[in-house]
Write a protein that binds this ligand. Structure first.
Ligand code: ZN
Ligand code: ZN
Length: 578
């Protein structure tokens, strides 16, 4: 079912495109108004009949027809027509922040700019600043955004990279029955952003396998960058780099070690003058394990091979057993239709039960987040009543005395001065509070850090949500003093979230080990806006593992009873402190 948000997005896009194509202003406004009216409508648009749609303020007959098309097909005739008349590059230009339809029209129609590359050149040659209505500042902003977009164009989120690597792996192993095969490089190390997909193949017929790689439809071979033992090329549609390292079967584990660990890891894993470079250069390894044994070290999981803390620990035999997806017992930080989620509270709860989780923490948006339909006090009351009823109904239905509970939470906006978004009375009515920043993301490091520190010191804060606000490959997070934040969380007994949405993965894995050392517990939170979102916790687990996270240090690996006890004692402590 298409969400209201999506429908509104398409109508707004239509209005922008009409403006860019210079269509009648009055006609354009019909689409802007319709999106405004839909936004004010409470409830799911996609469930409405034609008659019900016609009753919504300001929607004419033809608009209702368009909306029905969107509900059915995800698009509609007018929009398709406009898209077919618009160069793809102009759509890319429309994505640049701060460039409205008027400016995009000027760039396209007056300057004939139809790609990001054209626009970049125009900025660099100072043509944009000179245009009426643009100016120096706008030109600088456009240029820095284009540079960011172009630099990231061929990069992949971990979730996509893992998926693509799996697909390629399937084709290669199906085409070649007698090979040793593994994903290597950044994907094997579970990097949050992947620059290159890399693989290692052990075979006794290198030329045959090599030629077979040329026939994979999704890949483009770059002969000029390749060698007889290194097939290099790119993904056809994205331009992402791809590399296959080929070797004789008896060198497979040597190559796998070399093409998995970072250079720091390979160089710094030292024992009696040897390191992983020298070992893989001389002996034929029977397994990866044997390389570490030769260096008198514990086996190091691929995702830890960065050359940071893992080498010391492997030498001292103190590497922890890393948390696994199956260790999770429940999920906190999730949204429902009360704010901007796609599924109802009941649907979210039933999905959790189906997934064998013991609890669901619901934390819809708070009142300041008006764009996400944040909850005002009256709606909180209503939601709490529904949670009580569902808790009475759902758990007793389960067989074998299985427990299940919905916890009452909120994702409270952290306001500019660091305060939370409700009065203490309202804050006190929740089981737990995820405190997150959603607005004014441009603060400098000292202001942004101070803002978070104030929120962390608030006795009602249970979990610090997506701590930097970053969206990978889309926007940098605001800068914060991670050490100060982590230490404050330790002092005030605040859990830090690893937001598991593949676009966020925030807390960054580079700070996970530091947080654990500081005594912090981390919660792997999907920030699910629909039932499908729960499975994102998988990516949060990968990031946690990369930072050395264990089951014991993962908050939502605790049982329902333990979580219940934690929330309760935190609440009692607040009352005692008052
Ligand atoms: Zn959030
Ligand atoms: Zn959220």
């Amino acid at each position: 079912m298409i969400a209201k948000k999506e429908i509104i997005k398409l109508l707004k896009l239509t209005a922008s495109l009409m403006e860019i194509h210079g269509e009648n202003e009055f006609k354009t406004r019909v689409y802007t108004n319709a999106s405004f009216n839909l936004d004010r409508y409470e409830g799911e648009i996609a469930k409405l009949s034609k008659e019900e749609l016609e009753k919504i303020d300001g929607l004419g007959k033809s608009m209702v027809g368009s909306i029905q098309q969107i509900i059915e097909k995800g698009t509609f005739d007018k929009l398709e027509d406009l898209l077919s008349k618009t160069p793809e590059g102009v759509l890319d230009i429309m994505d640049i922040k701060g460039l409205g339809a008027k400016k995009v029209r000027v760039l396209w129609k007056d300057l004939n700019i139809t790609t990001l590359e054209d626009l970049k050149t125009a900025c660099e040659t100072n043509q944009i600043a000179a245009i009426k209505g643009f100016g120096q500042k706008t030109q600088e902003n456009i240029l820095s955004e284009i540079n960011y977009i172009l630099a990231n164009k061929s990069k992949l989120l971990y979730s996509d990279a893992e998926n693509l690597a799996e697909q390629i792996g399937k084709v290669v192993t199906e085409n070649n029955s007698d090979i040793l095969f593994s994903v290597a490089g950044e994907v094997r190390r579970k990097m949050e952003i992947v620059d290159m997909l890399s693989f290692v193949i052990g075979t006794d017929d290198i030329p045959e396998v090599y030629n077979g790689l040329n026939k994979i439809g999704s890949l483009h071979h770059q002969k000029e960058n390749s060698g007889p033992l290194n097939w290099r090329g790119v993904l056809n549609d994205r331009g992402t780099k791809v590399e296959f390292v080929l070797c004789q079967k008896d060198r497979f584990y040597n190559k796998l070690i070399l093409h998995t660990g970072s250079e720091m890891h390979l160089a710094n894993a030292i024992y009696e003058g040897d390191n992983l470079f020298s070992i893989t250069g001389s002996d034929k390894l029977k397994s990866e394990q044997s390389a570490y044994e030769k260096l008198s070290m514990q086996f190091v999981e691929p995702e830890l091979r960065e050359g940071w803390f893992e080498i010391e620990m492997a030498k001292e035999n103190t590497l922890p057993e890393l948390v696994q997806f199956g260790d999770l017992k429940g999920t906190l930080h999730n949204h429902s239709t009360y704010s901007d989620g796609k599924n109802s509270l009941r649907e979210m709860a039933e999905k959790c039960i189906e997934l064998n989780y013991e609890y669901l923490g619901i934390s819809d948006h708070s009142q300041s987040a008006f764009y996400a339909n944040g909850l005002i006090e009256f709606e909180i009351k209503k939601q709490h009543e529904e949670i009580d009823l569902l808790n009475e109904e759902l758990a007793p239905r389960l067989s074998g005395g299985r427990a299940f509970k919905i916890f009452k939470g909120i994702e409270s906006d952290i306001l500019n001065d660091g305060s939370l978004d409700y009065s203490d009375d309202v804050l006190g009515s929740f089981d737990f509070i995820v405190a997150s920043v959603h607005s004014n993301l441009n603060m400098d490091i000292s202001k942004a850090t101070h803002r978070l520190l104030t929120a962390i010191k608030n006795p009602y804060t249970t979990i610090l949500g997506h701590s930097t606000g970053r969206l990978l490959l889309r926007r940098e997070g605001y800068p914060i003093d991670h050490k100060a934040i982590i230490e404050a969380c330790a002092e005030h007994d605040v859990i830090i979230e690893i937001n598991a949405n593949p676009w966020r993965l925030d807390l960054d894995w580079r700070w996970v080990h530091y947080a654990i050392e500081a005594g912090i517990t981390l919660s792997v939170n999907p920030d699910a806006h629909e039932t499908e979102g729960f499975k994102d916790m998988y990516y949060g687990i990968q990031v946690g593992r990369k930072g050395g996270l264990t089951k014991e240090k993962t908050f939502n690996c605790r049982s329902l009873k333990e979580i219940e006890y934690y929330f309760k004692s935190k609440k009692e402590k607040k009352i005692n402190d008052k």
